[in-house]
Design a binder for this molecule. Structure first.
Ligand code: BMA
Length: 369
């Protein structure tokens, strides 16, 4: 008995003396791996230092190129990589070799592992097809899609197969020691909008919440995928709206809370800046009240037409908030003028370098230290 007391006391005493503490922010998944918990704690710490710059598909392609290893439009401009790398799993559920934006899943997995080894952070969204109609993620013409995949629904078994495929992918992301690398998973995003089949007008709140909770339990318990940080991300919150929080799946199922917000082509900078600040106010307060980590889970201004947008519009709107990261959308290689980060020669290139140099904007070199 005494022996056991001593065994218990020594590590506790050591933790107290050495300043090592139990993580204050515990992941929703009770079986989350130690490495996943470490990343979550690290992301909390980094949020106190500044906002991490993220970019979707950064290593996979950019304006005018696709696939060369190590290439990145962001790196070509500021000689550093983003801190956060976004990827999309859309079409993995179908067993396809490539995602909906033509990124091969084998390459995506390699990139994600490389990012982890460099000290960067990966986040995965999922523009999954419509499981009931076989149409795309934007196929919203048929009601009842969410209920069709819940337990008892006609497509439930097929949905389990989709999750099996996701589980296989997440479990295949192994570091050099053979441990699964931790990643942020952001399913069923922009649920407060109605442009995806899981969106606001296409299912009831309780159905959305059941879908999220089912997905969480199936992955964490049935499949024992324990390397995920769960991110709940809403679409831009309209003024005088309460629609944001009614589909929140619950504190036991969520680790991060974010918002997706884009500047529209006709939108004035001042209007976007105030809309962004209002959204961040709501998101950061909500996240704080739940003990969750806030983020800008998607953002951007297509073609960045204002040369000083980074330092005069984006940065002033976020600088007063403690936001973990901002994920800028993709620089498409196969869709003209669909880009959200600068590339050499782009109008905002010089301003982006100034933005990069701000101590509070965090890129890979800042966080890998
Ligand atoms: C959208 C656009 C589409 C793309 C989709 C999923 O915002 O970029 O071209 O297919 O995201 O990445």
């Amino acid at each position: 008995m005494r022996k056991y007391c001593v065994m218990l006391i020594i590590p506790l005493a050591f933790m107290a003396c050495s300043g090592v503490q139990k993580p204050t922010h515990t992941l929703a998944d009770p079986s989350a791996s130690a490495k996943t918990q470490d990343l979550y704690s690290r992301v909390w710490q980094l949020a106190r230092k500044g906002v991490m710059f993220g970019h979707q598909d950064d290593l996979a392609y950019g304006v005018g190129w696709s696939a060369p290893n190590g290439k990145s439009d962001v790196f070509a401009v500021c000689a550093d990589y983003p801190a956060v790398f976004g990827w999309d799993l859309g079409h993995l559920e179908l067993g396809s070799t490539h995602n909906l934006d033509s990124v091969p899943f084998i390459g995506m997995a390699k990139f994600a592992i490389m990012v982890d080894s460099m000290g960067g952070i990966n986040t995965f969204g999922w523009h999954c097809d419509n499981p009931l109609t076989g149409g795309s993620t934007w196929d919203i013409g048929t009601p009842g899609v969410v209920s069709s995949i819940l337990p008892g629904g006609v497509k439930h078994q097929e949905y389990n197969l989709w999750l099996d495929r996701l589980a296989d992918f997440f479990s295949s992301l192994l570091d050099s020691k053979g441990d699964a690398i931790p990643v942020i998973f952001r399913p069923f995003h922009e649920q407060s909008g109605s442009w995806f089949w899981w969106g606001y007008n296409h299912c009831a709140s309780n159905e959305f919440i059941e879908l999220w909770q089912y997905t969480f339990k199936y992955l964490t318990e049935t499949k024992r995928v324990n390397n995920l940080i769960y991110s709940f991300s809403t679409a831009g919150i309209p003024e005088h709206s309460s629609e944001f929080s009614d589909r929140y799946p619950g504190d036991e199922y969520v680790d991060m809370v974010g918002v997706d917000l884009y500047q529209m082509p006709e939108q004035q900078n001042s209007d976007f800046a105030s809309t962004l600040a209002r959204n961040l106010n709501i998101i950061t307060q909500f996240a704080a009240s739940r003990g969750k980590l806030p983020a800008i889970t998607e953002i951007g201004f297509e073609q960045i037409p204002y040369p000083t947008w980074w330092t005069e519009v984006f940065y002033p709107s976020v600088k007063d908030f403690s936001i973990s990261y901002a994920l800028f959308w993709r620089n498409a290689f196969n869709r003209p003028n669909h880009y959200y980060a600068p590339y050499p020669g782009q109008a905002s290139e010089e301003d982006f370098k100034a933005f990069y140099s701000l101590p509070e904007t965090l890129f890979l070199k800042d966080i890998a230290k």
